[in-house]
Structure formats: structure tokens, C-alpha cells
Design a binder for this molecule. Structure first.
Ligand code: ATP
Ligand code: MG
Length: 559
């Protein structure tokens, strides 16, 4: 990113917003109209979130509007399930298209009429070459293409064939309608691009009405023009298509003059952002579905527990630039922590429990006060149950600790969060030599966590009551891929076999069950966690949304 781009980004501005502002100031448009145009061939991913925030964000900031338009021009890959999921995801991200929900298929009739017009003007023709012949005749970056032998057809012949294509007289692939532009153009997109292809398929909205479907390039700009889009914002790979976008607009009697602008797509380390590959992960059974919490889909990210505000924060943080780059996954995690640190209530949960018996603790148990959020007194406090038997984290005990280990070990004293100081007296092991239980004593004078004699302990650890805590399944997630830039062609070989770690014996403080909340919470000292939809009564399941620290960067550094 250049210095100028960085300055712009910190001001919440970018080159696209500058263009919009300049256009409005110069009076080139009365208001700004943008659109987000997904193809309903899969679930949206975090790359789409960038595009959504950009398009809807600009409309909001400049007092305009943003349309949601389904680019449903390829019925073989498109499904109603995806249409529904996409609407759900855009709304969840916090944006509203109001009454401006459109489908490219709404314009099929008009697009067809305009195609006949191009034929009548001598600007389009029906080509009978096979796809392979067309590919060869298209030429290369260094070689011009060759005119099709069908390029000289008369208007009447073209109209007749095109109408018969529409009527369904020909097989898939038998003929196409092409724009007649320039087979020698330096831009391959202008070498007589395909405008219509024959496709006998069921369309989710138009059923079997149509036997021919417009290409993306032909449908997109005209749809923009019909809707009065002023700024048609897309990703960089469409830059070379812009001359074709403009050619169509200039050669058709469209009702408005949209312009296309390109920005760099989001690329994230350890992540693949391509619906085709994500579809492969789902269909191949590598993940549990489009909303698997390891997926970079908006549905997966949401299920994992990431709030919409964190995604919006992330998109703002990475900015909008003209050159492609790769964003570190740590940036996303940073945004998630930023938001959750402020909002998530604090709770105690033990992921890998080790039983502790407090030998000198008498009586039925007691309640202690715990705060719900250290920076937000309004979040209040709760009572937690303490007693003779508790669980602590296995990792918080070492029988033979190294020098810098300050947590529990034989003979040492630590603070139990919100409770007492305890000292480890003895260790109980099973036949295999595994530690199964600790015997400790507590100091009744340290209730609440401080010693009246002023003595200090070096560590505070979390715990839950053995009697009152609730068993739970906890799912820990790691990146789906082992390489920072996964090879899209070979993604199955680069899947991380440890992307999901399931802990079956975790123990939660009862407050985590009582409120049944879908909001993320902080398990103290562990990270942010969210109740999963797989939870059943008496069998809670929690997802780790993100750890507390950037352990991921450290793992990577270790190699
Ligand atoms: P995919 O390759 O994942 O299928 P796509 O570009 O084919 O993505 P569309 O449904 O056509 O998917 O995309 C809708 C909009 O989202 C387009 O304007 C596209 O440019 C934008 N978009 C897609 N991927 C990204 C990304 N990684 N970063 C930013 N914008 C993206
Ligand atoms: Mg696409």
C-alpha cells in the first residue's frame, strides 16, 4: 500500500470514495446508486463482505442507495438456497437494500430485445463454430484472432437463427450469439465476445422459459443501466472487461450511463476465497457444510461467534486499494478481539479438567461474587458456587515445573479467581502414572482473593465447582489450510488435518447454561467462545471464536 493510500484509509477514505465525492460535487449525478451483484452459486465469503461494506457503505455515506442484485445468468449452478442465504448474510452484516432487490433474470426480455437490435445494426451475429474452433480462432495475447466464417451472415439470417435459438431448436453449444467488434483487438475481451449461449436448463426463477442465457459481460452493464447505477464497483479481474462494458452501453439505447470502477479483491492468508473451492470443500465432505465454523463464509464466521461489527471493523481496517495484496489472518482475529473484548461477558470454564480436592474445606459450600465485565460496571456481578471439590485446567498444574512456571505445582500456592489461595499438598496418579487428582489446602483468610498478612502469589487461575459445573463439548478451530497461500488447484492436499479439535469433557460454570445466549462470552484466560447450534438441552456445545492472544502468529513463527 502506498503512503497516499494509507493516509486515505486512515481518514476512512479511498480512491473510490474520492471518485464518488468528485462526481457528486461536479454534479455528474444527482445521487449515488451502487449495487452488490452476487451470483447465487454458493454462500458469500469474507471477500464478499468487503464488497458489501464498500457498496452499501458508500451509499449510506453519500446519502444514496445500494441495490442487491442477483446475477442469475447461469442456471446450471444457481439455487434458491443460495439466494436465501445471501439475503440473510447481507442483512446480518447490517445493511439494507430496502425495496431494491433485483435479479438479472428480471431483465431477460429487455436484454433479448437489445440483442436483436445489435443484430439489426450489424453489431452481432450467430456463430456456428464449435467451442473448440472458437477458442483456437480467438488468438493469443501476441497473435490476433481470425474472423469466423459465419461473421458475414446477413441480418435476416442472424435474426432467424437467434430467434430459433430462443425457441429451443438447437442443442447446447450448437451456436452462440457474438458481438461483432474486432478479432484483432489487443484486448481479447473485444474479439467478438459471446453475448448469448444455448442452455437447456431449469432456472430458479424463470423455469424453462428460456433456452438461451446472456453472458455475464452482456447482462451486467445493461442491468446496471436499467437500474440507474451510477458507480458499478467490482474487483480488479474485470478491469480488462471494462472496454466491453462500455461498448455495450455505447451501442444500446440504455436509459442511463453507469461506469465501472475496479478495486483489489480481498486475499487472506491460510484461506481460500472462491465459491468454487468452498463448494468443493462442502461437496467433498471436508467440512460439515457452508456454515462450518472453519469456513471463511459469512455463515461460518457468524456460527463461529464473530459479531457483524467485527467483520465491518476488519473491512474498514484493511481499506480499499487498487493493487492486489494478501492480508494476514491475524488482522481479522485482531478485529474480533477488539469488538469482543468490549462486549463479551466474562465467565469461567475449564476445557481440560483436573480434579482438586480441598482437604481442609468443611461445610456444604458457599457463594462468591464474580464480576461480569472488568471495564463495564453496568454488566454487574454474579454468584459462583465454591466447595470442597473443584476442577482446574490440566495445563495449570505441573508436577516438575520449569523455573518460570508460577502456577500450581507440589508445595506452591496460587489464587483461585474470586475465591481463595490454595496450596498443593499431594498428587494422585493412576496406574499409568497420569495425574488424576490434586489434594490441596486453602487459607480461609484469603476469601475474595487477598491475604490479610500481605503475602503474594504469582498466579491466579480459573476453576469451576465440581458439583455445580456443567459438562460441555468445546470445539477449537485452527486454519483450514496448512499454507499461507493455499494452492487452489490442489486444495485437498493442503487441508490442515488439525483444523478441528473437539474437547468432550469441558466443564462450564452454570451461568453459561442459564442464559442460553447466542452472544459470545469470554472464558477467562482462554478466549472468546460462542454457543453452537448443535447444542441440545443438557448437552451444550461451544465454539472457540478466537483465542485471547495472537497465538496464531506465534505458531506460524515457530514453523
Ligand atoms: P467467487 O470467485 O468466490 O465465486 P465471484 O466474484 O465469482 O467470487 P460474485 O458472486 O460474482 O462472486 O461476486 C459478487 C461481488 O463480490 C462481485 O462484485 C465481486 O467482485 C465481489 N467479490 C468477490 N470476491 C471478492 C473478494 N475476494 N474481495 C472483494 N470482493 C469480492
Ligand atoms: Mg463470479
Amino acid at each position: 500500500m502506498s503512503v497516499a493510500e494509507k493516509v486515505e484509509q486512515e481518514a476512512g477514505r479511498d480512491f473510490i470514495r474520492d471518485i464518488v465525492a468528485a462526481d457528486l460535487q461536479a454534479g455528474r449525478h444527482a445521487g449515488v446508486v451502487t449495487r452488490f451483484p452476487p451470483e447465487p452459486n454458493g454462500y458469500l465469503h469474507i471477500g464478499h463482505a468487503k464488497s458489501i461494506c464498500l457498496n452499501f457503505g458508500i451509499a449510506e455515506e453519500f446519502g444514496g442507495r445500494c441495490h442487491l442484485r442477483f446475477d442469475d445468468t447461469n442456471p446450471t449452478k444457481e439455487e434458491q438456497e443460495y439466494i436465501d442465504a445471501i439475503q440473510n448474510d447481507v442483512a446480518w452484516l447490517g445493511f439494507s437494500w430496502g425495496k431494491h432487490l433485483y435479479y438479472a433474470s428480471d431483465y431477460f426480455e429487455r436484454l433479448y430485445e437489445w440483442a436483436e437490435l445489435l443484430i439489426r445494426d450489424g453489431k452481432a451475429y450467430v456463430d456456428d463454430q464449435s467451442p473448440e474452433e472458437m477458442r483456437i480462432a480467438r488468438g493469443t495475447l501476441t497473435e490476433p484472432g481470425k474472423n469466423s466464417p459465419f461473421r458475414g451472415r446477413t441480418v435476416e439470417e442472424n435474426l432467424d437463427l437467434f430467434r430459433r435459438m430462443r425457441a429451443g431448436e438447437f442443442e447446447n453449444g450448437a451456436r452462440v450469439l457474438r458481438a461483432k467488434i474486432d478479432m484483432a483487438s489487443g484486448n481479447i475481451n473485444l474479439r467478438d465476445p459471446v453475448l448469448y449461449r444455448i442452455l437447456h436448463a431449469h432456472h430458479p426463477r424463470t423455469g424453462t422459459n428460456w433456452k438461451i442465457y446472456p453472458s455475464y459481460d452482456y447482462a451486467h452493464g445493461q442491468s446496471d443501466a436499467i437500474e440507474g447505477i451510477t458507480h458499478s464497483i467490482c474487483t480488479l479481474e474485470f478491469e480488462d472487461h471494462r472496454p466491453l462494458y462500455d461498448w455495450c452501453i455505447e451501442n444500446l439505447p440504455v436509459p442511463s450511463r453507469p461506469r465501472q470502477y475496479e478495486f483489489a479483491r480481498l486475499n487472506l492468508t491460510y484461506t481460500v476465497l472462491s465459491k468454487r473451492v468452498l463448494n468443493g470443500l462442502v461437496k467433498g465432505g471436508h467440512v460439515s457444510g457452508w456454515d462450518d465454523p472453519r469456513m471463511p463464509t459469512i455463515a461460518g464466521i457468524r456460527r463461529r461467534g464473530v459479531p457483524a461489527a467485527a467483520l465491518r471493523d476488519f473491512v474498514k481496517r484493511i481499506g480499499v486499494a487498487k493493487a492486489n495484496s494478501l492480508v494476514d489472518l491475524g488482522v481479522l482475529e485482531f478485529s474480533i478481539r477488539e469488538v469482543l473484548n468490549k462486549t463479551a461477558l466474562r465467565r469461567m470454564a475449564v476445557l481440560k479438567p483436573l480434579k482438586v480436592v480441598i482437604e481442609n474445606y468443611e461445610g456444604p459450600g458457599e457463594e462468591l461474587e464474580a464480576i461480569n465485565h472488568p471495564d463495564d460496571p453496568a454488566a454487574g456481578t454474579r454468584q459462583i458456587k465454591f466447595g470442597r471439590e473443584i476442577y482446574i485446567e490440566q495445563d495449570d498444574f505441573m508436577e516438575n515445573p520449569p523455573k518460570k512456571f508460577f502456577r500450581l505445582s507440589p508445595g506452591t500456592e496460587v489464587r483461585l479467581r474470586y475465591a481463595y489461595f490454595v496450596t498443593c499438598k499431594s498428587v494422585i496418579k493412576d496406574a499409568a502414572g497420569n495425574v488424576t487428582e490434586l489434594r490441596c489446602t486453602y487459607d480461609p483468610a484469603t476469601r475474595g482473593g487477598n491475604a490479610p498478612d500481605g503475602r503474594k502469589v504469582k498466579a491466579t487461575i480459573h476453576w469451576v465447582s465440581a458439583e455445580h459445573s456443567v459438562p460441555a463439548e468445546v470445539r477449537l478451530y485452527n486454519p483450514l489450510f496448512t499454507k499461507p497461500e493455499p494452492d487452489v488447484a490442489n486444495f485437498a492436499a493442503e487441508l490442515n488435518p488439525n483444523s478441528l479439535e473437539v474437547l468432550n469433557g469441558a466443564r462450564l460454570e452454570p451461568a453459561l447454561i442459564a442464559d442460553n445466549s447466542p452472544e459470545a462470552v469470554q472464558f477467562e484466560r482462554q478466549g472468546y467462545f460462542t454457543r453452537d447450534k448443535d447444542s441440545a438441552p443438557g448437552k451444550p456445545v461451544f465454539n472457540r471464536t478466537v483465542g485471547l492472544r495472537d497465538t496464531f502468529a506465534k505458531e506460524v513463527a515457530k514453523g
